[in-house]
Design a binder for this molecule. Structure first.
Ligand code: GDP
Ligand code: GDP
Length: 455
């Protein structure tokens, strides 16, 4: 059900079960400059011009919806880090790690013009340690004459090397067939490695807001700072933490504890990991540093969670540092910067002293209940009928769009489909959302409303 959400808007489909089937997440990894982004663009069917020749350009989108032969999947581009020689090894390690936490299967890209390098072999070692299925693409083989060079790469022990030219679109179809076959197999066997019944929580926020402090406070552990980056794929990725007598699965705690600051592309990687953690979670605990101004990065993390359709709880940490003036400043901020998430519960606490951390669990449970909630169709329609009678849609070109029927198509998060006789304005949709929230709760969860037009 989670994955179905990734499909994006389906304009004309009444039947929610139609459309391509979604099989999972495919990551493209490899050394800098082997052509990962070119390949990603090729698969997405975009023009190669999107590829930046400037090193160090941070691409802020990392995952995309893609489709091949009627199968839909998520494609993750792990490129985008600076290729300076010093940082290269740690960046490769991080990249492999991101791929592991994010993806169900991996395309490893190597450069057929350069040949096999030691870095390629190290990536293979890391991917193998993680046990993800890998398909090998030997890129930059721009004409058939060069294909024999691909055979050198059998040595990597990854099976058949696929000779491709991302730039010219050679060999991409066969590569994707192989990758999607791995992907569909992978999903059947792996899925989420979640202990049964535990709810999955992503603890997210920009660096220094207090994520590891909160984790330690909850787990009553000493802070664990891990310095070395190599070999990190072996770290426990998720941890069970008890909050208020209940076990929760905290996603990618290794990523919370690890300091990435020194490696090149650190910011990029932490944003990748945040996204990965959010995608694997059901609920995002979003931390802010209440003693600091709200930064763009804070709001970005929040948007990532809301756009991904996760239940959320907002946590204002370091409350112990605030005086009266600080508290007032924060209330003003709350009114202005957080108007997008007025439905979310906010917990003010101190990870350092433990003050109010006992309020977290209740907020988390409430948000997840809302996220799971289903409103029966009859109830929904009689309610919307009343709403519409009290407040009809404004006239548009002499006509009045009317709601004919509505149903809750899915939960996690709640998604409503409304059938109407005409286009419903943005303002009216917002109004409907407010009414739904007032009537049915939905505290702590985004809700989605899509409108289908029927004459
Ligand atoms: P990334 O760092 O792995 O994402 O690599 P890019 O996609 O940015 O590509 C690095 C360079 O290799 C760019 O100059 C591309 O134009 C070039 N390149 C990518 N694919 C091919 C290919 O199939 N053939 C050739 N000749 N060059 C390619
Ligand atoms: P992370 O990067 O989000 O994991 O943040 P850390 O947990 O490493 O915290 C960053 C800094 O903020 C550390 O120096 C912490 O001791 C400090 N800190 C975290 N939580 C609190 C808090 O509630 N109050 C105060 N005063 N300091 C805190």
């Amino acid at each position: 059900e989670d994955r179905a959400l990734l499909e994006g808007g389906s304009e004309s489909q009444d039947d929610q079960n139609q459309g391509p089937k979604a099989v999972g997440v495919l990551a493209v990894v490899g050394r800098p400059n082997v052509g990962k982004s070119t390949l990603v663009n090729r698969i997405l069917g975009r023009r190669a011009a999107v590829v930046e020749d400037t090193p160090g350009v941070t691409r802020d989108r990392v995952s995309y919806e893609a489709e091949w032969a009627g199968t839909q999947f998520k494609l993750v581009d792990t490129g985008g880090w600076e290729s300076d020689v010093e940082g290269i090894e740690s960046a490769i390690a991080s990249q492999a790690q991101v791929a592991v936490s994010l993806a169900d299967a991996v395309i490893l890209v190597v450069d057929g013009q350069v040949g096999l390098t030691a870095s390629d072999e190290r990536i293979v070692t890391m991917l193998r340690a993680a046990g993800k299925p890998v398909v090998l693409a030997v890129n930059k083989l721009d004409d058939r004459m060069a294909d024999y060079t691909a055979s050198e790469f059998w040595k990597l022990g990854l099976g058949e090397p696929y000779a491709i030219s991302a730039m010219h679109g050679r060999g991409i179809g066969d590569l994707l067939d192989a990758a999607l076959e791995q992907l569909s197999k992978a999903e059947k066997t792996s899925g989420f490695l979640t202990p049964e019944g535990l709810r999955r929580v992503a603890l997210v926020g920009r660096p220094n807001v207090g994520k590891s402090s909160l984790l330690n406070q909850l787990a009553h552990e000493e802070r664990a700072v891990v310095h070395d980056v190599a070999g990190t794929t072996r770290d426990p990725v998720d941890e069970v933490v008890q909050v208020d007598g209940e076990d929760w699965l905290f996603i990618d705690t290794a990523g919370i504890k690890r300091r990435l600051h020194k490696i090149s592309g650190a910011e990029y990687y932490s944003s990748l990991r945040t996204q990965a953690a959010i995608e694997r979670s059901e609920l995002a605990l979003i931390l802010f540093d209440a003693s600091q101004p709200i930064a763009d990065q804070d709001l970005k993390v929040m948007s990532q969670a809301v756009d991904a359709g996760r239940a959320i709880v907002l946590v204002f940490n370091k409350w112990d540092l605030l005086d009266d003036f600080g508290r007032q400043r924060l209330e003003r901020l709350w009114q202005t910067e957080f108007d997008r998430v007025t439905w979310a519960e906010r917990v003010n606490l101190s990870a350092k002293t433990g003050w109010h951390t006992n309020r977290l669990a209740k907020a988390m449970r409430t948000a997840l209940e809302s996220w799971d909630k289903r409103i029966p169709t009859g109830k929904l329609n009689s309610f919307l009928g009343k709403v519409q009678a009290a407040h009809p849609h404004p006239l548009r070109g002499g006509k009045q769009p009317r709601i004919l029927f509505a149903t809750q198509a899915s939960t996690r998060p709640p998604r409503f489909v409304i059938f109407a006789t005409g286009f419903l304005e943005h303002g009216y949709r917002r109004y409907l959302e407010r009414c739904l929230r007032e009537e049915f709760g939905f505290e702590g969860t985004p809700i989605q409303i899509s409108v289908h037009i029927r004459e």
